[in-house]
Design a protein around this ligand. Structure first.
Ligand code: KIV
Ligand code: ZN
Length: 389
């Protein structure tokens, strides 16, 4: 069976950069964009050109320099936004304008102070206008997650007729449960004529911690593009994390789907983005957190030392981490202590380990973590093995 290609649309430099404190200078943006190109993203959303002259320049600069991915610029369903986005993308090899409007009851009534029919008219006008500049036009139905499915299908039907090539169904507020989001995509797939000629895209926010699960539910219902960010950065609780959706597909759906991502770059690019944006990655973050491949309790350590797969479902090397870590704490057992001593060149016999272990536990109770440099004096004082030449 041939595998379905899932397009990875990275919005670290747009949705991610919207986070307070994450604003990047031009040089930093270019560095991240180069990293994303090397990572293999299919689409790179470079910014929101109308929002500031700086953002315009950044999209222009990335369009001139980065040649492999499609370069995308965001706009509202407003003529001038679209025109400015088109200008900023002028030098892109494959430009895409991303335009759209709110479609939920809340957005139509309280934000746009409009009516459902008028919103459809604006959406169609925006797509047609964007098509006068570029062939590739992505439409987003903002707050699609809370939009009534029948009305959403009318909006999407109208923009498909107007020439949209990609249909973004954002769960802007992170409201949907995975089954609801999956059903929404399936409803559109089954009720919009001509949708099979377009790419359906997921864009899930993480307000309830469901962004990755929802993106995957979208794929299972027929979407073939996932919008995501490095380290899950983005408005409020963030967007679906690129590293998570990619590894879910690689680890659990490899027979059905493929992504063209160089996964060994996942940890390096996570650090690059974290450093550039001064946004620390939480230690227990999946795939790229400091503890993602660390083992600290005795039972787990013993299991990993015997056979790594006992407690790891992926190989750290595949995501750019040298190897799993055995961390020495007061919860560690003898197997871990022996393993770490061996790593510094001291191969202990059973009797030596019996002497060393209680001393190690005493020290571990005083310290959060016993490190390699703590082991040397401990071994010397407990069993007199000379560890220093
Ligand atoms: O979350 C959202 O709806 C967005 C759109 C602008 C695509 O970021
Ligand atoms: Zn968003």
């Amino acid at each position: 069976m041939s595998k379905k290609k899932i397009h990875i649309f990275d919005t670290t430099l747009r949705d991610g950069e919207q986070v307070p404190g994450c604003k990047l200078k031009h040089e930093q943006k270019l560095k991240v964009a180069r990293g994303l190109e090397y990572l293999g993203v299919d689409v790179l959303e470079a910014g929101f050109p109308i929002s500031s002259p700086g953002d315009f320049q950044a999209v222009d600069m990335i369009s001139r320099e980065i040649k492999k991915p499609i370069i995308c610029g965001l706009s509202r369903a407003v003529e001038n936004d679209i025109k400015v986005a088109a200008e900023s993308l002028m030098h892109a090899v494959r430009p895409r304008i991303h335009t759209g409007i709110g479609t939920s009851h809340e957005h139509i009534r309280y934000k746009l102070k409009s009516t459902p029919d008028a919103i459809i008219e604006r959406a169609v006008k925006a797509v047609k206008y964007a098509k006068s500049f570029v062939e590739d036009v992505e439409f987003y139905a903002e707050d699609a997650g809370r939009t009534d499915n029948k009305y959403l299908a009318r909006v999407i039907q109208a923009v498909v007729k107007a020439g949209a090539t990609v249909l973004n169904i954002p769960d802007t507020t992170g409201y949907c449960m995975p089954n609801e989001y999956g059903d929404k995509i399936a409803f559109l797939r089954d009720n919009v004529i001509g949708i099979d000629k377009c790419i359906i895209s997921t864009h899930c926010h993480n307000d309830l911690g469901l962004a990755t699960a929802n993106s995957i539910a979208g794929i299972e219902s027929g979407a073939t593009q996932i919008e995501c960010t490095i380290n899950g950065l983005g408005e409020r609780a963030g967007n679906a994390a690129l590293e998570e959706v990619v590894m879910v597909i690689k680890q659990r759906y490899a027979e059905k789907y493929k992504v063209d991502i160089n996964t060994k770059m996942l940890n390096p690019i996570s650090r690059l983005v974290s450093d550039a944006m001064c946004m620390m990655v939480q230690p227990n973050k999946a795939i790229v957190g400091e503890n993602a491949f660390s083992h600290s309790s005795g039972i787990h350590q013993d299991g990993v030392i015997k056979h790594r797969e006992n407690y790891e479902i992926m190989n750290p090397v595949d995501v750019g981490v040298d190897k799993s870590k055995i961390v020495l704490t007061a919860r560690s057992g003898r197997a871990a202590l022996a393993y770490r001593c061996k790593a510094i060149g001291v191969d202990l016999g059973k009797d030596e380990l019996d002497i060393l272990y209680p001393k190690f536990i005493q020290l571990a109770d005083q310290k959060k973590e016993v490190e390699a440099h703590d082991l040397l004096p401990l071994i010397e004082s407990a069993i007199g093995i000379q560890t220093r030449a």
